[in-house]
Design a protein around this ligand. Structure first.
Ligand code: Y12
Ligand code: CO
Length: 177
């Protein structure tokens, strides 16, 4: 399955994803394509809507102490439900759908998540640190929310200006080649 990252300001990123009801080969094929896409683009998290599929699917692979992302660290979450969100933390976030832009975002420090795996089995997990931040970022995608939606209005205006300039430069570079 060939996937392409959907980039801001594509309207699909505002879409609310639907619950997965079929845990079939099509779902497995999508997950099998999302995982290498995330790793090959230096991602640590990817939601299905970022590849144009509006279903409650996300993949995560948090780098270990050596900065490695071995396949055994991969987490596939289907239909995640967050609860018990506590504390506060700030992290400079980036997103494969908003290239070249990083910003400090405030999140809950710890949370509890119930989810299903690719076969529909249920799981639960208590998360903190980068995993907790990544889960919140990806679950936001499932609700049509981007990390830039959490910026103050003045910071958002600055972002829009810088992003427009970046897109213009990118376009002129691609046209030259
Ligand atoms: C902490 C912060 C953010 C998250 C959400 C997941 N975000 C990512 O995985 C972001 C990846 C990313 C990768 C980039 O590198 C390439 O595209 C090759 C990147 O670079 C550029 O935009 C040029 C930006 C973001 C979880 C936890
Ligand atoms: Co993102």
């Amino acid at each position: 399955m060939k996937l392409k990252i959907v980039e801001y300001p594509d309207k699909r990123l505002k879409q609310k994803s639907l619950k997965v009801t079929k845990f079939d080969n099509e779902l497995h094929g999508l997950l099998d394509a999302m995982n290498p896409m995330m790793i090959n683009t230096n991602g640590i998290g990817l939601a299905a809507i970022q590849v144009g599929v509006a279903l409650e699917i996300l993949v995560l692979n948090i780098p270990d102490e050596e900065g490695e992302q071995p396949p055994e660290n991969l987490i596939e979450m289907i239909n995640p439900i967050l609860s018990d969100k506590k504390g506060e933390t700030t992290y400079q976030e980036g997103c494969l759908s908003v290239p070249e832009f990083y910003e400090d975002i405030h999140r809950f420090e710890t949370l509890h998540v119930n989810y299903q795996d690719r076969d529909g089995n249920t799981h639960e997990l208590k998360a903190d640190g980068l995993l907790s931040i990544a889960i919140q970022h990806e679950v936001d995608h499932l609700n049509g929310i981007l990390f830039i939606d959490k910026l103050t209005s003045s910071r958002r205006r600055k972002f829009e200006k810088e992003y427009k300039k970046m897109l213009k430069e990118k376009k002129s570079t691609t046209q030259k080649v």
